[in-house]
Design a protein around this ligand. Structure first.
Ligand code: PLP
Length: 400
């Protein structure tokens, strides 16, 4: 019997639905607490209180200081801000004629290499930009990094990959960066893309010495158009947006209060490295629960496609992302098949799935070319309910 139509949304690494608690928080700032946080009257003070509450939540989740959190329009803006800060600082300090050395992980989201390329050009910086190789699991080549670190001025590494879910060895990278700093008296400025890590793995700014980290609301059940940058107090900072002096002069422009309120609400449900969640009632599943969800999806996929090959290194990934290829099937065919059963997945990353090209992430992992061009990403969020999962499994079996 045909199932009643319902969308099974398994594309949460592209974006997530806005959860009712977040939508309610946003709605409240649009309908009643709609003041401008810069106004000095009561409405402004109420708006400011919402903004600062969200900042406290973000700081708690990262174990940082509230002064280190700057709200932005999303991760892409946070990345630009960090990169502009790094490049201008390097340019101003570099003896003339000397080349700046920059390295980024070869599986980074496009926002990082594109921003580096763009701003290096616009700032007329004499720079050599290199990609840090990864192994077949998507893990950064730490020996390569150890060799290059003494010469590097800037470094960008993502915490969790958006296509495969691979978790980066940030503890090891931090150790190398810190050792380099001790030996040399100088260490590269370090940006971490934490977008896909938020709500899945903890990032403790007191344990990991990165200078900047970027985050995006719409990857964790808040609306699109809001994110934040963590910029360490000791790290150089050059504002990208100037004007009214909002965000302590670090990011001018009237704040996106509905977005910030919604994101702040969601952050309140996350535990920090040394603090419990602010809201007691759990919204997100624990890692073992998510692992259980993933193994049930893996079992269903393997039952339907016995020759399936997983491109995600399951043992070294967040449980919410699966990337797979099926011999003899193009990703477009799999996508269409899933779509007809109401299951939304994507080919590689969302940004490139309109024109399906081989995944540069899988290519960097040196996987067979058929796997790179036939890859499908299935990603769910940490708030997936048991009922949604069951429906998804049923729909997957219908695909079979
Ligand atoms: N970094 C990663 C790892 C991402 O997955 C994304 C979004 O796909 C971004 C950065 C950019 O985020 P935003 O679209 O919020 O600017």
């Amino acid at each position: 019997m045909q199932r009643a139509f319902r969308q099974i949304y398994f594309d949460c690494n592209a974006t997530t639905p806005v959860l009712p608690v977040a939508a309610d928080a946003a709605m409240e700032t649009m309908r009643s607490l709609y003041g401008n946080p810069s106004s000095t009257h009561l409405s402004g003070l109420q708006a400011k209180a919402i903004l600062e509450r969200a900042r406290r939540e973000a700081a708690r989740v990262l174990n940082s200081d509230t002064s280190e959190i700057i709200f932005t329009s999303g991760a892409t803006e946070a990345i630009q801000t960090a990169i502009v800060s790094m490049l201008i600082t390097i340019r101003d300090a570099l003896p003339s004629g000397q080349e700046a050395r920059i390295a980024y992980g070869s599986t980074e989201h496009k926002a990082v290499p594109e921003a580096l390329e763009h701003w290096v050009g616009k700032l007329a910086l004499n720079a050599r930009i290199e990609k840090i190789p990864v192994d077949a699991q998507g893990k950064l080549d730490l020996a390569w990094l150890r060799d290059r670190l003494p010469q590097l001025h800037a470094l960008a590494t993502m915490a969790v990959n958006n296509e495969t879910g691979a978790v980066a060895p940030l503890v090891e990278v931090a150790k190398l960066v810190d050792e380099c700093g001790l030996k040399q008296g100088r260490r590269p400025l370090w940006l971490v893309d934490g977008v896909q890590a938020l709500g899945k793995i903890a990032l403790d700014t007191r344990q990991l010495s990165f200078d900047y980290a970027c985050f995006s609301g719409h990857k964790l059940y808040a609306p699109k158009g809001v994110g934040f940058l963590f910029a360490r107090k000791s790290a150089p900072f050059v504002p990208l947006m100037v004007g009214g002096g909002q965000e302590s002069g670090n990011r001018s422009g009237t704040e996106n209060l509905p977005g910030v309120a919604a994101f702040g609400k969601i952050l309140g449900y996350l535990p920090g490295p040394s603090s419990p969640a602010t809201h007691g009632d759990p919204l997100f599943h624990s890692e073992p629960e998510l692992e259980n969800f993933r193994s049930r999806i893996v079992a269903a996929l393997t039952e339907i496609f016995p020759r399936i090959v997983f491109n995600t290194p399951l043992a070294h990934s967040v449980p919410t992302t699966l990337n797979f290829s099926i011999p003899g099937m193009a990703s477009k065919e799999i996508l269409d098949l899933f779509d007809s059963a109401g299951i939304r997945v994507s080919a590689g990353s969302a940004c490139s799935s309109a024109a399906i090209k081989p995944s540069y992430v899988l290519q960097a992992m040196n996987l067979d070319s058929w796997r790179c061009s036939a890859a499908v990403r299935l990603s769910f969020g940490p708030a997936l309910s048991e009922e949604e999962l069951e429906e998804g499994l049923l729909a997957l079996r219908e695909v079979g």
